[in-house]
Design a protein around this ligand. Structure first.
Ligand SMILES: *Cc1c(COP(=O)(O)O)cnc(C)c1O
Length: 414
């Protein structure tokens, strides 16, 4: 099967590694997409656990050995996927009580789970401290609440300080730092917060910097990791080195036409330098990356069935049983400035050449429910399956399933 870049055939503009076609039909973990659609119904999210494992192994081969990999649960919290992935990573990042419990249920030891989020009400902090998870401090109030809970329960909570660094990821889909931000403590205010933590008898055992997400520029990533570490080194006391520094991640995957897969070389070199610096300044401190989409995004496909085809004023429309209510990101409504198609194909006609440029739309009564905008595809008929690749992260979990009250999709890990 060809790789990305196919122009006029029915192959999508990006064909993720590890996916195969047999007799012109998409195979998912060695199973025919049509059989899966019969067995589980459509619409269907299907994830290939083998591809997730290969991805993590390949990444570990490329990155310096000591780098720890944490999984950001918000990318895909499916319980079976978490359980499968749990032994392959060194921790999980969670951002709600339910994600924390999902990570525990998947087998992560509490001490390897860290809790982030701008709102951590007292009950959530109490639950996290009781469970023994690492609580990320992101505001003065969170620190005070943790101090009160620690005093009341006579516990020594595991804490890390999340910094809002004073730089931005140079390129990347979603910037999460650099200016005013609800996430983390402004780097310039962190010194005072550390002092307050000491006064409260709390130990800050780790530091966390997350500069942004979905970055395909390896030099920009390396720079953000280097600068994130510099901000931590300016703060962390050398006489009592923290257990870990989490430099975020931000490693992106190709979605749009023109995106190229991330080149890992410069990222790995940058991390090598970070490790050396860490070894000099804070010996014994571990370096952590937290990744979501890079680990699971390419290992999932969304399968939806064509229920109608119509031609309106000369334009062909394929109407499917799935849409933006299951896959907001593919419809372009999850934070994209300019709507671009995800890589998509007719899973039941992969060997056929493109014959028309239909729009693929979902069942919702809104023009926002658009999965592909006049894209070259073979002629598909009702009953055919459309596959949307790159759907393993920020798919179902990031979608408004209640909107228009259609049934939810099935989800399966193979
Ligand atoms: C969302 C998030 C991640 C994961 O981002 P990806 O782009 O999926 O890798 C990591 N860390 C934090 C703090 C996040 O909010």
């Amino acid at each position: 099967m060809s790789t990305h870049g196919a122009e006029t055939s029915s192959t999508p503009h990006y064909w993720p590694p590890g996916w195969h076609s047999r007799d012109g039909r998409l195979q998912v973990a060695g199973r025919d997409a049509g059989d899966l659609a019969e067995a589980y119904g459509t619409p269907l999210y299907a994830y290939d656990a083998g591809l997730i494992r290969e991805r993590i192994e390949a990444l570990r081969t490329r990155l310096p050995g000591p780098v720890r990999l944490s999984y950001a649960v918000k990318a895909n919290p499916m319980p079976e996927l978490l359980s499968a992935l749990s032994p392959w990573v060194d921790g999980m990042d969670v951002a709600s009580g339910a994600e924390m419990h999902a990570a525990l249920a998947a087998g992560q030891p509490a001490g390897r789970i860290s809790l982030a989020g701008p709102a951590k009400p007292r009950a959530l902090l109490e639950a996290a401290i009781e469970a023994g998870a690492v609580v990320g401090i992101e505001s003065a109030r969170q620190l005070e609440l943790v101090g009160e809970i620690a005093a009341a329960t006579k516990t020594a909570p595991e804490l890390c300080l999340r910094l809002n660094p004073d730089f931005r990821l140079r390129s990347g889909g979603m910037r999460m730092s650099g200016g005013p931000s609800p996430f983390g403590v402004d780097a310039e205010a962190a010194g005072a917060l550390l002092e307050r933590a000491r006064a409260l008898g709390l130990r800050i055992g780790g530091y966390h910097v997350f500069a942004g997400s979905q970055c395909l520029d390896p030099e920009a990533l390396a720079e953000s990791h280097r600068r994130g570490l510099a901000e931590v080194l300016a703060l962390a006391p050398a006489e009592a080195p923290p257990a870990f520094v989490n430099l975020g991640g931000g490693l992106g995957i190709p979605y749009s036409r023109g995106d190229e897969p991330l080149e890992l070389g410069p990222v790995a070199e940058g991390l090598e330098a970070c490790l050396a610096e860490l070894d000099r300044r804070l010996p014994g401190t571990a370096l952590v990356l937290e990744l979501g989409r890079y680990l699971v995004g390419e290992a999932g496909v969304y399968l939806t069935r064509v229920v109608d085809r119509k031609v309106s004023r000369g334009r062909a429309f394929l109407v499917t049983d799935g849409g933006m209510h299951h896959h907001l990101a593919a419809s372009g409504n999850l934070g994209q400035a300019i709507r671009k198609d995800f890589p998509l194909a007719v899973a039941t006609r992969l060997a056929e050449p493109a014959a028309e440029t239909p729009s693929v739309v979902g069942p919702l009564c809104t023009p926002l429910d658009l999965l592909a905008d006049r894209t070259p595809l073979p002629r598909a008929e009702p009953g055919d399956l459309i596959a949307i690749f790159q759907s393993g992260a920020y798919g179902l979990t990031a979608s408004p399933t209640g909107f228009l009250s259609h049934p939810p999709p099935a989800e399966v890990l193979l």
